[in-house]
Design a binder for this molecule. Structure first.
Ligand SMILES: Cc1cc2nc3c(=O)[nH]c(=O)nc-3n(C[C@H](O)[C@H](O)[C@H](O)COP(=O)(O)O)c2cc1C
Length: 281
């Protein structure tokens, strides 16, 4: 698969070649590659890198379809506004909404917050939730290849992702065991749990419940507001105002990438477990 991109404008990047953008990877890439980093658009640190991730995800989703596993992702917060999606039907239709949010009322508020930040030359972040349905119990390769670990690794490959939590996640730290434990029950002659605070994973192995993972996306670092930086060539202080073509909020664009990385990771585990054949005729 190949994506041709002729809509290129690197002029802004030429201007600020030696001025690392605060919050972006310009400085670390410059140090890592000894000045040979691709400054024209951020190179591999650009959000563009998510396009091939989504391509791989499309293939993985087709393979997961063979074993009925469904992967969904949607926006659950932007700029502090939280969504309250009603159900799976709304989540399955998020592509209809420009913010990929399954709560249309919250999406309207989110849009206002984004527009306000844009006017101020600023940016906002948010949270994406990913869900995988009908994942059978038993996927995951402890100790170092846990399902949580591999999913987190794949999700952290998405630029601007700064946090990953499963199930009750960080809120589990403030709960009692009696509140956080998911009681086992028999449902349709199968073992299930009454709640899903574990986010579908126990001991790094899927437990048959939906896998629920949330991803924190930081606010876009390239903002129009004047910021302090340094000139890496002259070693002097400098100020930077970024023009370029940057989104005020990355979250909606990252939703398909989250879906893709979950699909690729689950596809890998399903193949390792022999659920999906390695050769399909
Ligand atoms: C889909 C997508 C689009 C992005 N677009 C931009 C952008 O327009 N401007 C920007 O400064 N960062 C953008 N980013 C984020 C940067 O690529 C990212 O912050 C940078 O590589 C530093 O990595 P880190 O934030 O993971 O530490 C985007 C990220 C994604 C996932």
């Amino acid at each position: 698969m190949l994506i041709w991109n002729r809509d290129i404008d690197s002029s802004e990047y030429e201007r600020a070649r030696f001025l690392p953008r605060p919050g972006h990877a310009d400085y670390t890439a410059f140090m890592k590659y000894g000045g040979f980093n691709d400054f024209r658009g951020g190179g591999r640190f650009s959000g563009r890198i998510t396009a091939p991730l989504v391509m791989a995800g499309a293939l993985a989703k087709k393979l997961l379809n063979l074993v009925d596993i469904e992967v969904l992702a949607h926006t659950i917060a932007i700029g502090g506004i939280k969504a309250q999606p009603k159900g799976l039907d709304e989540i399955r239709q998020v592509d209809r909404n420009p913010l990929k949010c399954a709560d249309t009322e919250a999406a309207e508020e989110m849009l206002k917050v984004i527009e306000r930040a844009k006017k101020e030359g600023d940016s906002v972040g948010g949270i994406i939730e990913g869900t995988a349905l009908k994942v059978p119990a038993g996927l995951g390769e402890p100790v170092f290849g846990t399902l949580e670990g591999e999913l987190a690794k794949a999700l952290f490959a998405i630029p601007a992702v700064k946090g990953v939590e499963f199930g009750s996640g960080f809120s589990a730290a403030n709960k009692k065991g009696s509140e956080n434990n998911d009681s086992f029950i028999i449902k349709n002659n199968k073992i299930a749990t009454a709640t899903n605070n574990a986010g579908g994973i126990l001991g790094g192995i899927s437990n048959g419940m939906p896998i629920v993972v949330r991803v924190a996306v930081k606010p876009t670092s390239s903002i129009a507001k004047s910021q302090e930086t340094v000139n890496m060539e002259s070693m002097e202080s400098a100020s930077l105002t970024i023009k370029g073509r940057h989104d005020t909020c990355i979250v909606p664009r990252a939703v398909p990438a989250v879906e893709a990385m979950i699909a690729v990771t689950l596809c890998d585990f399903a193949m390792r477990a022999g659920l999906i054949p390695r050769v399909i005729k």
